[in-house]
Design a protein around this ligand. Structure first.
Ligand code: GLN
Ligand code: ZN
Length: 759
């Protein structure tokens, strides 16, 4: 030792929505016309200020700016570089708020941009749109303005930019296609201009987010990184760049990253701890390494002593290191302190954004001053880690034994689909082209009000149940009148398709304020799976029984599948995700069998999020799909041949996973197809998918009533790809977000379309 060493703490981004979702409220009030722009701007400035001060006061040496966003940071980047599609009639000057929000949400006469998932998170970004003759210009100074805003508050921040290569790779080319990377030479001067303006303001470091470096990249994309960073470091030598990668290992892109002439490299050591050795071996001595050691994607408290065992040798070997979360803290809730209603044991195992910054500070102090300087904090972390290993709330031997004893018989129906189908058709006796819906019916203001009243205690248990029974009964009657063949109970008792089950399963915890941004002002509060999962008592059987008692037509049992429950939760990090998924699968299996025992002839197990769980790298797909399919089969395969298993997936990209869907061995699958004009059924036809399919015949995301003829045309298109006796008729997805006066004519037309085909 002896030589001067530096260990600093950085955050790469902080939740922007506010500890009380202040930004959500301010945005929605502004959008509704009930407040002025200045009010929104004031709230936003207040949030930025408190966020900066909070991070500084927690001990962060490097605090980001520019990570705030009114909607989405990718959209901010599009605006910054003037990538504003022609339909917004932008005049070429500074992009105003009206244009920005039109791009985000649409406006009268103009559609919004397309939204898609940010890597493998549940955050959604607006896909940049380029044209082959796209030019770029500095059209938004938000990044520059926010740096100065912080500086006026006395905080010298490290601005964050989404790097040019990832930005282009996330975008799409309209009008005739082409490769967005071809636009790089035109984009780089704009980035250089921003960097030189930063330099003029005295900025020393800029965080350049390039998470695309953890993806499978073409040689052209790798070359683009070299081109971009050679250009930028030469154009603006005064600003040092922290090339920031996250969400996985650099792996085959590591050599590319290490060869870039940047001053710092951030690596994700939570998702990919194994890459540390290679990074250390390959990094130039003067490269500042930023080590993402605290999980920015999950809510668990870190095991600080264990981390220090790994970090101490590194800090001795390198002159300068930065400790950081693995990625922006955008993906975790703000502050655990507010969760006063949480089980104290569970709370002792958790860390939200605020707590994570403190953890980093403890690590940094231990590395510079020795572990004794933070003895108390380390002991508390040790205690939490030790308690998680043995605590009875986490470890349930019965559950573990059940998963360990899992066998192939449990994951297989007793007969092949061909045999099952004969029995099912005989017992169900449905008409050709049977009609059904995906499960939910409108969650009207009255339904929401009743649920809120019940949660507050102003509506009694009995009063709430009575309300739900009436709503269910009305919906069952209405479905009969509408002429649907297979009915649903409507899901009025469910707040959310995962939370409803999580609240009834052991091993799950729920927060009060644990909101995480999903898109724009939309936030979700994912359940926390902290322990072994089991199902103490039936969850849906009573509602199913009640609904079935009201009709002679078949009533579908309605469940959420294990993979979807897993993918929409914060999942424990002390065992493989697959293990947790199998535990959930057995809990759902118990429910499936109880529904069957109660008399359900059809049970639908929704796997809306199965595709979302695909790993970022193709090499990981096979393994994921294997256990995901296995989990679905554990959940669904306990039933008799005559019991019909349905599943539902509300998306339309099936080409990559069609074999896995086949392997799920459901009897009926309903999918989203209306917008793709049934073309995606080619995947099913090409694969010779044997089972029955309900290709959605109308887009439930739109309030428009589709005409009978339109749906007949779609069904005719389906008939060219599938056999008639494979086809079901249903909407794309559940109807909970629609109004009854939209649902009623749409379903009436859908039934008429099915009848026209039968005719
Ligand atoms: N059964 C659910 C519903 O209809 C399915 C929702 C979904 O797939 N997202 O609401
Ligand atoms: Zn759906």
């Amino acid at each position: 030792m002896g030589a001067f060493r530096s260990v600093s703490v950085a955050t790469l981004g902080f939740p922007r929505i506010g500890p009380r979702r202040e930004l959500k409220t301010a945005l929605e009030t502004y959008w509704s016309g009930a407040s002025e722009l200045t009010t929104l701007l004031g709230t936003a400035a207040g949030l930025r200020e408190s966020t900066w001060l909070c991070q500084r006061d927690l001990g962060a040496d490097i605090v980001p700016s520019g990570d705030f966003s009114f909607y989405d940071h990718v959209l901010d980047t599009s605006v910054m570089v003037g990538a504003v599609p022609a339909r917004y009639d932008w005049n070429g000057g500074a992009v105003d708020h009206a244009t920005y929000f039109a791009m985000a949400r649409g406006a009268p006469g103009v559609t919004a941009g397309e939204m898609t998932k940010w890597f493998d998170t549940n955050y959604h970004y607006l896909v940049p749109e380029f044209t082959p003759d796209q030019y770029f210009t500095l059209a938004g100074t938000k990044a520059l303005d926010e740096y100065q805003e912080a500086k006026r508050l006395g905080i010298d921040t490290r601005p964050v930019l989404l790097g040019p290569v990832t930005f282009l790779l996330l975008g799409k080319m309209s009008h005739g296609g082409g490769d967005p990377l071809a636009l790089l030479p035109r984009l780089l001067p704009v980035y250089a201009e921003i960097l030189s303006r930063f330099a003029a303001m005295g900025v020393s470091w800029v965080q350049m987010d390039e998470p695309a470096l953890v993806l499978d990249l073409s040689d052209a994309a790798r070359a683009a990184f070299a081109e971009a960073y050679t250009y930028l470091t030469q154009a603006v030598p005064a600003v040092q760049l922290m090339l920031t990668t996250y969400f996985g290992a650099l792996a085959d892109n590591l050599a590319t990253a290490l060869a870039l002439p940047v001053h710092g490299l951030h690596v994700d050591l939570v998702r990919a701890p194994e890459q540390l050795a290679q990074v250390l071996e390959g990094a130039r001595p003067d490269l500042v390494l930023s080590l993402g050691v605290i999980d920015g994607r999950n809510v668990w408290r870190a095991d600080l002593s264990k981390l220090l065992d790994h970090l101490e040798p590194v800090s001795l070997a390198r002159r300068e290191i930065v400790l950081a979360p693995s990625c922006s803290l955008l993906h975790v809730p703000v502050d655990l302190e507010r969760e006063t209603a949480l089980d104290p044991d569970v709370a002792s195992w958790l860390a939200f954004a605020v707590q994570k910054v403190t953890e980093l500070k403890v690590l940094a102090v231990a590395l510079t001053d020795g572990r004794d300087a933070v003895r108390g904090a380390l002991e508390a972390s040790d205690r939490a880690a030790a308690s998680r290993q043995v605590h009875e709330k986490i470890h349930d031997q019965t559950v573990r034994a059940r998963v360990a004893g899992m066998n192939q018989t449990q994951a297989r129906r007793s007969s092949s689909f061909e045999t099952r189908r004969v029995q099912q058709h005989e017992s169900l006796n449905l008409p050709p082209f049977p009609t059904t819906t995906i499960g939910s019916f409108p969650q009207t203001p009255e339904v929401r009000r009743a649920r809120a009243g019940h949660a507050r205690g102003t509506l009694s248990d009995a009063g709430y149940t009575e309300f739900l029974r009436e709503e269910t009964a009305r919906t069952v009657r209405w479905q009969e009148e509408a002429g649907l063949d297979v009915l649903v109970h409507g899901e009025f008792e469910r707040n959310d398709m995962v939370q409803y089950f999580g609240e009834q399963l052991s091993g799950f915890a729920f927060t009060k304020y644990g909101w995480v941004q999903s898109y724009g002002s939309r936030c979700v509060r994912p359940p926390i799976i902290f322990g072994d999962v089991s199902r103490p008592v039936p969850m849906t059987v009573e509602w199913w029984q009640y609904a079935q008692s009201l009709t002679k037509r078949p009533m579908k049992g309605m469940l959420t599948g294990p993979v979807t429950i897993l993918n929409w939760s914060f999942v424990r990090d002390d065992q493989p995700r697959s293990e947790t998924c199998f535990q959930i699968a057995f809990a759902i299996r118990d429910e499936v069998l109880d529904l069957e025992k109660a008399g359900a002839a059809m049970i639908q197990i929704d796997e809306a999020a199965l595709r979302e769980g695909l790993p970022l790298r193709r090499a990981g797909w096979g393994r994921y799909l294997q256990w995901a399919v296995e989990a679905f089969r554990i959940a669904s395969s306990g039933v008799a041949d005559v019991t019909q298993i349905h599943t539902h997936m509300c998306y339309s990209e099936f080409n990559d996973i069609i074999a896995a869907i086949g392997a799920m061995d459901a009897d009926v699958i309903s999918i989203e197809t209306a917008r793709s004009k049934m073309e995606l059924l080619d995947a099913f036809a090409g694969y010779a998918y044997p089972a029955e399919i309900g290709p959605g015949v109308y887009d439930i995301h739109s309030p428009r009533t589709p005409a009978v003829g339109e749906m007949v045309t779609l069904l005719e298109a389906a008939r060219t790809r599938l056999k008639d006796d494979q086809i079901w008729v249903n909407p794309d997805c559940g109807l909970k977000t629609r109004k009854w006066d939209e649902v009623e004519p749409a379903i009436a037309n859908m039934v008429a379309a099915a009848r026209a085909l039968r005719g």
